[in-house]
Design a protein around this ligand. Structure first.
Ligand code: ZN
Length: 503
């Protein structure tokens, strides 16, 4: 009696998964020949739900097809402090948090070398995945099946690079000058596939794919999908006699480029979403034409979301605003000088970058002042700025003493020692640091963290709408299905509730 009551309580509070499922051995033996990972940049989870009625019917093989016949995790979450392109793409196929991947934000202030750093920069190759401190699903596939091909494309270098991982055969991205698809020497010595020349020659006759207008967004989205489908055809992905799966990763960046300018609720963003529906159908039709549908797993997801535009929030009486740190930096510098003396030739606050405050650590060391003391001296000055929710200090993170229950998980998941500042300024929902963009995503709040995940592959996954997944679950699930090791630091779980019970 007592035991069964405990079991009921355990199920109710979620300690025991109520519906753990298994694959039959017959199904497990059949491995995918191809895994296609489709990322739509800034594709918040409601883009699929709000426009579902406007999408083409499932028979046309677009979004409705994936939602209807795939395992649709309608609201998956990142659970990180600052949702953006680099950490997002680095998480999708590593199954790991930024604290594990080393990719906390897109750009930061490198306090050791006193210069700007970028997630995909590389002194030797200009761009590479070498800042990524773990393996991806593709790396693990290639560790076991070196003849598998990993091929990625995106307008953004960082998106193609982190989907590809360390062992990618090729990652292609777009440069507006020279208006071409390019790579770096990290991949195949910089030699792009021969078939790319024709595509680039055609691109030369067209405009900038990254321009911030709907025409360029449609053009760029189609160009990205066409490039991916050409890679599928020319590289014979999933169509060779190799032992493991090939991987095709593509990230459609225009949704983000236009979203920053117009916000997620503009009629153009709807127009672009309906076009993405057509592009997904184009991909599925290509798979169908090559007889790959029953040998392929397709994953659809996004790297982060976005808040509504400021004018919509204000009209709806929801507090919003841009944080301007200039005034408080001055106050903080004055306080530190008063308490700690002269900062020398560099101010006490060296900079504020992406909501991280960097203190003059060189001077603190010279004067033998504990960093935690300096952080505590100015913490409240920043906390009082309107629009700031909480300020977390570096010392609080290092000692695992974050005093705010809702921030412990995202801050600890995201903290990378070489990247993070001395103070992390966490804005209230709908507030963000002033940038050039009209709308920006850079927070732990749900509008930035909630994205869809669809695992499609009717042989392995049971159609249905599911709850309770995290982005870090994608890579462990793909590894499990493919019979390769999970990425080295993967900390997600296998989404076994979506496994097909019988074939
Ligand atoms: Zn963005």
């Amino acid at each position: 009696m007592k035991n069964s009551l405990l079991l009921v309580i355990a199920i109710v509070i979620g300690l025991v998964p109520a519906m753990a499922k298994n694959l039959s051995f017959e199904t497990y033996k059949q491995k995918p020949k191809l895994v296609v990972v489709v990322v739509i940049d800034q594709f918040r989870s409601d883009f699929l739900t709000r426009y579902q009625k406007d999408f083409m019917p499932a028979s046309s093989l677009g979004f409705n097809h994936m939602m209807n016949t795939g395992a649709y995790f309608a609201q998956s979450t990142y659970g990180i402090l600052q949702a953006m392109t680099c950490p997002g793409h680095a998480m999708i196929l590593t199954g790991s948090y930024p604290a594990q991947t080393g990719i906390q934000i897109n750009e930061w202030y490198d306090i050791k070398n006193k210069k700007r750093a970028y997630c995909a920069d590389d002194e030797e190759f200009v761009f590479s995945p070498r800042r990524l401190k773990t393996t991806t699903f593709g790396d693990e596939v290639k560790n076991i099946h070196p003849d598998s091909k990993v091929f990625t494309v995106s307008l953004k270098d960082r998106s193609a690079i982190f989907l590809g991982g360390h062992r990618a055969d090729m990652a292609l991205w777009y440069e507006d000058k020279p208006n071409e698809w390019v790579t770096t020497k990290y991949y195949n010595g910089g030699k792009t596939p021969a078939w790319l020349a024709k595509i680039n020659a055609k691109q030369k006759t067209k405009g900038d794919l990254e321009a911030k207008n709907i025409e360029a967004a449609l053009l760029g989205t189609e160009a990205t999908m066409d490039l991916a489908i050409t890679a599928l055809t020319e590289e014979k992905l999933g169509q060779r006699n190799n032992s493991g799966p090939d991987i095709l990763g593509l990230s459609m960046s225009n949704h983000d480029i236009l979203g920053h300018k117009e916000g997620p609720d503009s009629s153009n963003l709807k127009k672009l979403t309906l076009f993405e529906d057509k592009m997904l159908a184009k991909l599925f039709n290509a798979l169908k034409q090559k007889n790959l549908l029953d040998k392929t797993v397709v994953v659809l997801t996004a790297d982060h979301g976005i808040p509504p535009a400021g004018d919509i929030l204000r009209a709806g009486k929801i507090a919003t605003g841009e944080l301007d740190f200039l005034g408080v930096i001055k106050l903080a510098n004055e306080k530190l000088t008063k308490e700690l003396g002269s900062s020398g030739s560099t101010p006490w606050i060296e900079g504020v970058f992406a909501s991280h405050v960097y203190l003059n650590r060189t001077r603190l060391a010279e004067k033998n002042i504990e960093a935690g003391r300096a952080q505590d001296l100015v913490k409240d000055i920043f906390a009082q700025l309107p629009g700031i929710y909480k300020v977390v200090t570096r010392e609080q993170v290092l000692q695992a003493k974050i005093p705010y229950f809702d921030l412990r998980f995202p801050v600890e998941n995201s903290f990378v020692s070489d990247v993070a500042g001395d103070l992390m300024l966490i804005p209230e929902p709908f507030f963000a640091q002033k940038t050039g963009a009209t709308v920006n995503h850079m927070t732990n709040w749900n509008y930035d963290n909630s994205v869809p995940v669809i695992m499609w592959g009717p042989k392995w996954f049971q159609a249905g709408v599911y709850a309770g997944s995290r982005i870090v679950d994608i890579a462990p699930t793909l590894s499990f299905i493919s019979g390769v090791l999970p990425p080295a630091k993967a900390s997600g779980r296998v989404l076994d509730e979506a496994f097909k019970q019988k074939n």
